[in-house]
Design a protein around this ligand. Structure first.
Ligand code: NFS
Ligand code: SF4
Length: 648
């Protein structure tokens, strides 16, 4: 089904046409020029010591060994485990920074920030065993922040967030020794164990990989989501727009790109100050237009409705429109190519994190103690750059979307403030109105047709009455095609449509950035605990899909969903294809252990087939009503449209 074009997005194609005419290289063209190394791509190259790299190729690839005698399965398992550790380190480190920010806020040392969701803070305190009654929010926040920070360096015991899984899952994890002792400890131990000459049993390595992934999902990333909500507010639905057409001809365009909400939140504040817009006017602009890219976009979209300029593969394209005064980046998923690209235009690429400099970029170091000061300087730098703008080519393409579905909001939508529960959703699944649930998440990848897998899979799933939740770049992908709107109900099967209309939610729910995949863990856990759909996540008719993944973070996320009991399907190619034994260990092997499994399937059509098969298999195991696509008619009162009108 692969399109001949590099993307299904007309805005991408328009900008790529300009790039081609002006001979500007992009990730799309570099992917054509650079053939991937076939050995590394399938996980068959070991470079952990300097007797190698040992490459497992040729007729005997499956049975040969490295110089040290390592088997193909060992080195492939090690490669996957290392990638998972690196992926888990990224989101966990992001979580750590939010903990530090909360501590600074509690002590009154963080300029401009506050505690926006005190209720969530107190709930979090309850989960963590921090005394909350009769104490000020600052006192509670200080203890929560300290305890959260202690999760990273903890040496023994269990990370606290794991206690939020179902009882059954916790017992299983304990039996298997899968609960991380501490976030940093598991990541370090995986690096140690996978170096030359330590852990050399593929199954043993992969079990540690699962435990390491949980330092992300049930550790750092879960803290990132929760503490993010405490500081910036727990999202609830709002409307916005997506695609390159959110850039403006007559305003100062600032693109915030990267991951951590600390900086972007403050730029939202600085850009909205009257002095800033006055200053922009003094430079000939009508105002300041702040837009997001990648996960930073999701953070400020979910809480402020700031539009999204696009996903991972759109970052270069925004600059090529010639309309971006500043692209402000922090950490993760930022292409080094942006520097040389920006130098062809007037765009200033501004790095802000003490962890990430890019040669040739302007560095304005962001410090949460002086956040507003840094943000103001960044906004001013962008405005000063407006007079340098030359011709622009902004594709006039954007689509409406609805975002902001925290698990708290979904709970509320389903049951109301006092009786919030997943009962209506579970009932709908039990009755077969909704066939099952899917999380469709993750990156876009220059080795795929941009957005094609995301868009095809989500359309097919909702057509088949599967409710979809999205995060990360996958959410941006489908926002561009109007799939994150109530109107997407028109593509949904009749049963799903009925529920969406009655409850007032779209069939595809945007749950946030990639750290917010932990919101999906919470939703799944609550569904399992609600009753009627088994006792644990591996009983649910649910799947996780990353159709166009590219980052190590995606592997960590996939693994923690597996550890939590989910069937996870990845698109593109398999990074362990070199070893049939490892493919077996992470699918059938992991399924036997934890009830979830990880599979790689490049064809989106087959991904949908496998997902639906799995959902139906789980329905049968639960002895639920057989799903019949035509059983339910169309009714309901189109409440979502009304709800949004009322909110506007
Ligand atoms: Ni997730 Fe966010 Fe996007 Fe992939 Fe990168 S931005 S953390 S890794 S590319 S979805
Ligand atoms: Fe080769 Fe073994 Fe060294 Fe890996 S650890 S590079 S397989 S000798």
């Amino acid at each position: 089904m692969t399109s001949k074009q590099p993307s299904i997005d007309p805005a991408t194609l328009a900008v790529l046409a300009k790039a081609e005419a002006e001979k500007i290289p992009t990730a799309f063209t570099r992917a054509l020029d650079m053939k991937p190394c076939p050995i590394g791509r399938e996980g068959s190259c070991c470079s952990v010591c300097y007797m190698g790299p040992c490459r497992f190729v040729g007729k005997n690839a499956e049975t040969m060994t490295g110089i040290c005698g390592a088997t193909h399965a060992t080195i492939t398992a090690r490669n996957l485990a290392r990638a998972i550790a690196a992926g888990a380190s990224a989101h966990s480190d992001h979580g750590r920074d939010l903990c530090f920010a909360l501590l600074a806020i509690a002590k009154g040392e963080a300029q401009g920030y506050g505690i926006k969701d005190e209720r969530k803070l107190r709930k979090l305190a309850g989960w963590m065993g921090v005394k909350s009654d009769g104490r000020s929010k600052e006192e509670v926040a200080e203890d929560v922040a300290k305890l959260a920070l202690a999760q990273f360096g903890q040496q023994t015991g269990e990370v606290i967030c794991a206690s939020r899984a179902t009882k059954k899952r916790q017992e299983l994890w304990r039996r298997l020794g899968l609960i991380p002792r501490g976030v940093d400890r598991e990541i370090v131990e995986t690096l140690h164990r996978t170096g030359m000459g330590t852990d050399q049993d593929p199954e043993h390595i992969l079990t540690q990989a699962l435990r390491t992934s949980m330092t992300d999902g049930w550790g750092g990333a879960m803290l990132a989501t929760d503490i993010g909500d405490v500081i910036f507010g727990t999202p609830s639905p709002l409307q916005s727009n997506a695609n390159l057409g959110v850039l403006k001809e007559d305003e100062v365009n600032i693109v915030v790109h990267g991951h951590e909400p600390l900086l972007s939140e403050m730029i939202v504040v600085a850009a909205q100050e009257p002095e800033a817009s006055e200053y922009a006017k003094s430079k000939g602009a009508k105002g300041i237009n702040l837009v997001g890219m990648c996960c930073t976009a999701n953070e400020i979209l979910m809480r402020h409705g700031i539009p999204s300029a696009g996903n991972f593969l759109d970052q270069e394209l925004a600059i090529i429109t010639g309309s971006v005064e500043a692209m402000v980046v922090d950490v993760q998923c930022i292409m080094e190519a942006l520097v040389s690209l920006a130098s062809r235009f007037h765009t200033k690429l501004i790095t802000t994190s003490a962890k990430a400099k890019i040669s040739g970029a302007t560095h304005i170091q962001f410090d949460e103690h002086q956040a507003l000061t840094s943000a103001r300087l960044i906004v001013r730098t962008a405005i000063d750059n407006f007079p340098n703008r030359k011709a622009t080519d902004i594709p006039d393409i954007r689509n409406e979307m609805v975002a902001g579905f925290s698990h708290e909001y979904i709970n509320y939508a389903l049951g109301g403030t006092y009786r919030g529960s997943f009962r209506p959703l579970n009932d709908a699944i039990m009755a077969g109105r909704i066939r099952g649930a899917a999380g469709v998440v993750g990156c876009t990848n220059a080795r795929c047709v941009q957005d094609e897998g995301h868009s095809y899979i989500v359309r097919e799933l909702i057509k088949n009455d599967v409710i979809v939740v999205q995060t990360g770049c996958g959410a941006h992908a489908n926002a561009k095609y109007g799939l994150l709107t109530p109107e997407a109900m028109d593509f949904a099967g009749p049963g799903l449509r009925e529920i969406c209309e009655a409850v007032g939610i779209p069939p595809v729910l945007h749950l946030g950035s990639c750290v917010d995949n932990t919101r999906i863990l919470t939703v799944l856990t609550q569904m399992a605990e609600e009753g009627g759909l088994g006792e644990d996540i591996d009983d649910l008719p649910a799947v996780g899909i990353a159709p166009e993944w590219m980052h190590e973070k995606a592997l960590a996320i996939g693994a923690y969903f597996v550890a939590s009991g989910a069937y996870v399907l990845f698109g593109v190619d398999s990074p362990v294809a070199g070893s049939k034994a490892v493919e077996e260990l992470i699918s059938a092997g992991w399924e036997e252990k934890v009830g979830g499994k990880l599979e790689f399937e490049p064809d989106p059509v087959k991904i949908v087939e496998k997902a639906l098969d799995h959902i139906d298999k789980k329905r049968r195991a639960l002895k639920l009503e057989e799903y019949k696509p035509d059983r339910y008619g169309q009714s309901g009162d189109a409440r979502m449209r009304q709800v949004l009108k009322e909110r506007a």
